[in-house]
Design a protein around this ligand. Sequence first.
Ligand SMILES: Nc1ncnc2c1ncn2[C@@H]1O[C@H](COP(=O)(O)OP(=O)(O)OP(=O)(O)O)[C@@H](O)[C@H]1O
Length: 713
Amino acid sequence: MPLSLPAQLRPQQQHIARIATTYATHRPIIQRALTTGFVLYVLSTTYQSLFSRPGVRSPSRGNGRVRAEQNPDGKRPARVAVDAVFYQRLSHILRIVIPGIRSKEALLLFMHSSLLIFRTVISLYVAALDGKIVASLVRAQPVPFLLNILKWLLVAIPATWTNSWLSYVQNKLALAYRTRLTKEILGEYLGDDRHNDKVFYKLANLDDRIKNPDQMITHDIQRFSNHLAAIYSNLAKPVLDVILYNYQLSRNVGAEGLILLTVLVQSSAALLKALTPSFGAYAAMSAQLSGSLRHTHSRLVEFSEEVAFFGGEETEKMLLEREYASSIKHENMILGKRWWHGCVEEGIIKWVWGSFGLCICAIPVFFKLPGVHSFDLGTRTEGFVTNRRLLLSSSDALGRVMYSYKDLSELAGYTARVSLLLETMAEVRKGKFDKALVSSASTEDNAKILKGRGEVVESEEIHFENVPIVTPNGDVLIRSLSFYVKTGQHLLIVGPNGCGKSSLFRILGGLWPVYGGIVRKPPASQFILIPQRPYLCLGTLRDQVIYPHNKTDMEARGVTDADLIAVLSLVQMEHIVEREGGWDASREWRETLSGGDQQKIAWARLFYHKPKYAVLDEATSLVPVEMEALMMQHAGELGITLLTVSHRPSLWKYHSMILQYDGQGGYVFTKLDAERRLALQQEKETLEAKLLEVPKMKVRLQELRAASEGGLR
Ligand SMILES: Nc1ncnc2c1ncn2[C@@H]1O[C@H](COP(=O)(O)OP(=O)(O)OP(=O)(O)O)[C@@H](O)[C@H]1O
């Protein structure tokens, strides 16, 4: 019903009084409109802060993008920003970690969301209960007081249960994300049922973009998963809280106060945002620097013997200290930024917003709101306590929305790292490499070769037709190589160091791209490589002989441990089984076995697998000539065709063809007449030995001449 105005008021006052009356009459509708506007505002600002486009000012510096500092190796820096690129990358990764609505991860996420809502509902109930307890105290009513305390104790049960469940589900979610991502990345890295492109090799050898995939696959994925699981509760829950608490608050203190509070809070929040350093870029850089330090340490462990013999401790220490110093310098810089940012953040969020809040809570106490009836002391106290609790929770939630920007920035850093790994692996798999080329790669002829692509055709025998041998750096070792290997026609490959002998095997194994011509070859499964320093895997003694098979594969082949002993006896190594404590003994075999024994184990592996072709790269350099003869003969008896690189003339007689590089880009491929070649070699060596004597003979001749001339005088 409209209120009547006193007649003695002046027209202006009458006008204001009429507005006030109209306002009081329509206040419930205005309140609802203001509250709805507030909710929409919270949602839109959250959306804007999360989905700011590149170029929109964000807490980072400059145009809103956070850039990682220059990489230590001087390569272009990775771009890290909470922008469209970040959301694009994140949505790609989200499709991996949450593959479907019925996946375990989706279920966990649903549980997590339900628990988050439940916890907010409990908090609202507790705020109201708190007010009622204090009101019953002020009114000195013991029965309502005790009843409310009982309710308080009862509500503690679901409250503590929910909190425990929340942290449990969040950690499970992080583990589930990590497992999905690790599985996906290992599938790309080491191959799976869909493809096997030896990405792990290509990433390390043919591409410069990723220096330490080990760190990325272990540490960075873990950090990313933890951040992703936490960001959901750090962001979704506070946004929900801000809306629910403020909705309740606006009903208690009036939407006007809330709007005023929001204006003040938002302007100080904007200031805080502008002052927030680029934590995302810092996180990405931190991960990179610590990865680099770890890599230097693991190199030292790997090459400890070499370093110890050389006495290279000082150099290694210097390298480690340098890596450590740059990592610590960076961490110190972050600590400094976090320190002042923490001060500003707490000052604004806790204290400035807290005092705003207290003023808002006091509104119903000091002012009579239009349309609201006056209350007794107990009701006023109840209202104040409830509002204050709601406000504290609300400002805490708003603070968490603010903090979550920092978390989001860090998540952007880890997302950039994980995406870099995924994107680089995808490109490497398609044959797109990013590697610094040698200067000769730009010369016209070489550039032409590098632009070309050859053909790889599966075939029973090996046949190279006009294939260039090009290193990953773009160095053209041979412009056009043609040769063939027929079954049983063993090929010897010789030439000076670095001319491309082993590179040929890398092309045969499908590791290096083919830049031209046609390579006809059997699939990689029909080759076994024995390098000078054979690979010994982590595992049992049996695993060393049957690698890459495992015990189940071995048994499926019908091979027993007794058969393996027979294989070892071919290389006179059967005693090792007893010496090392049986087939199931497990140790770091690289350190347990001598170089020669390692080569013999690799030969035993060859005899176990009996492949069609064996690639021997100085594979007998550490075993006696008699042993070498036994091994070569047995390989021949098994029908294995050999492709051998060796400087040992004792091996010539086992081969019928020779591919001889001249080290200048030329080569000769022809039949090998080992006897004739040996005779020529011997003659050459004899002549060379004689030639070495010539200078000495000349000196002696001069001495003799001088002596005889002196005698005549
Ligand atoms: N992963 C790689 N990335 C870039 N260049 C490489 C790589 N591997 C080898 N090279 C280069 O390719 C060239 C040929 O190497 P390769 O191993 O084929 O020589 P080689 O003839 O077997 O020599 P050696 O007799 O000394 O073993 C060398 O200049 C080497 O530096």
